[in-house]
Design a protein around this ligand. Structure first.
Ligand code: NAI
Length: 250
C-alpha cells in the first residue's frame, strides 16, 4: 500500500489508458501525483478519482513543447515540494506504411513519442535532487518492429535506446531510468488502432500470433510493472527494457 510513500510523481498521458491506471495506482501507493495530459478535462477526471483525495493535481500540457514540459516539472516542485518519479507515458500512433504517411504525421509522432522523453528528462532530472526513477514507455514494437506503423516503430525503438543512454548518464546522480514495453493493451489507443485498420475489435483482440494468452493486457497489468520500476524494489535495475506482453515476443 505504500511503495511510493513520501514520493512525488509525474505521469504524462495520465488522462487515459495506461497513464490513468498508473496515476491512480501511484496515488494508492502513497505518492502525490501530477497528472499531465493534452486532454485537460481527462487529466482533471483522473486527478479527481485519485485516492486519497487531494493526492493528485492535473496539468493540461502538450509534452512535445518545451515550455509545457518545464511547467509540468514546476508544478510538481511548487505543489508537492520535489520530484522523485517520472513516468513518460504520453504517446500516439499512426497505423500506416511509409507510402501513406505524411511528413507532418511522421514529425508529430516523433515529437510526441520521442522529443517529449528528451524534454521531460531535461527538466525533471535537475529537480530530482534526492535521486529518482524514470520510466519511459517503449513498446513490443520498439523491440521487434511491426506492420503498418513505421513512425511508431521508429519512435519506440528510439525510446528504448534513449533509456539506456539516460541510465548511464544519470546513474551517479542516483537516478534510475528504465523502459516498460507493453504488448497490446486494451485502451482507447488500441481500440482506435482497430478502427484505423478497419478491423472488428473482437477479431483484432483475438490475434493469436501477437497474443499467446488469447487476450490483450489490461492497463492495470502495465501499471503494476511501472510501479515495480518506480519503487525501491528495483534499486539495482537501470537501463533495462521490461517487456509486459503476455508472451507476444516469445
Ligand atoms: P491512450 O490513447 O489511451 O492514452 C494516451 C494519452 O496520451 C491520452 O490521454 C492522450 O491525450 C495523451 N497524449 C497524446 N498526445 C499528447 C501530448 N502531445 N501531450 C500530452 N499528452 C498527450 O493510450 P495508451 O494505450 O494508454 O498508451 C499509453 C502509452 O503506452 C503510449 O506511449 C503508447 O504508445 C504505449 N503503448 C500502448 C500499447 C497499447 O496496446 N495500448 C502497446 C505498447 C505501448
Amino acid at each position: 500500500m505504500n511503495t511510493l510513500a513520501g514520493k512525488v510523481a509525474i505521469v504524462t498521458g495520465g488522462a487515459s489508458g495506461i497513464g490513468r491506471a498508473t496515476a491512480l495506482l501511484f496515488a494508492r501507493e502513497g505518492a502525490r501525483v501530477v497528472v499531465a495530459d493534452i486532454d485537460g478535462a481527462g487529466a482533471e477526471a483522473t486527478a479527481a478519482q485519485a485516492v486519497p483525495e487531494g493526492s493528485a493535481v492535473a496539468v493540461r500540457a502538450d509534452v512535445s513543447r518545451p515550455e509545457d514540459c518545464r511547467r509540468i516539472v514546476a508544478t510538481a516542485v511548487d505543489t508537492f515540494g520535489g520530484l522523485h518519479v517520472l513516468f513518460n507515458n504520453a504517446g500516439i500512433i499512426r497505423r500506416t506504411t511509409a507510402l501513406d504517411l505524411d511528413v507532418e504525421e511522421w514529425d508529430r509522432v516523433m515529437a510526441v513519442n520521442v522529443r517529449s522523453v528528451f524534454l521531460m528528462c531535461k527538466y525533471a532530472v535537475p529537480a530530482m535532487t534526492e535521486g529518482g526513477s524514470i520510466v519511459n514507455t517503449g513498446s513490443g514494437w520498439g523491440l521487434k518492429g511491426g506492420g503498418n506503423a513505421i513512425s511508431y516503430c521508429a519512435s519506440k525503438a528510439a525510446v528504448v535506446n534513449m533509456t539506456r543512454a539516460l541510465a548511464i548518464d544519470h546513474a551517479r546522480a542516483g537516478i534510475r531510468v528504465n523502459s516498460v514495453n507493453p504488448g497490446d493493451t486494451d485502451t482507447p489507443m488500441l481500440r482506435d488502432e482497430a478502427r484505423q485498420l478497419g478491423e472488428d475489435w473482437a477479431a483484432f483482440a483475438d490475434d493469436a500470433a501477437d497474443r499467446p494468452m488469447g487476450r490483450a493486457g489490461t492497463p492495470d497489468e502495465i501499471a503494476q510493472a511501472v510501479l515495480f520500476l518506480a519503487g525501491d524494489a528495483a534499486s539495482y535495475v537501470t537501463g533495462s527494457a521490461l517487456v509486459v506482453d503476455g508472451g507476444g515476443l516469445a
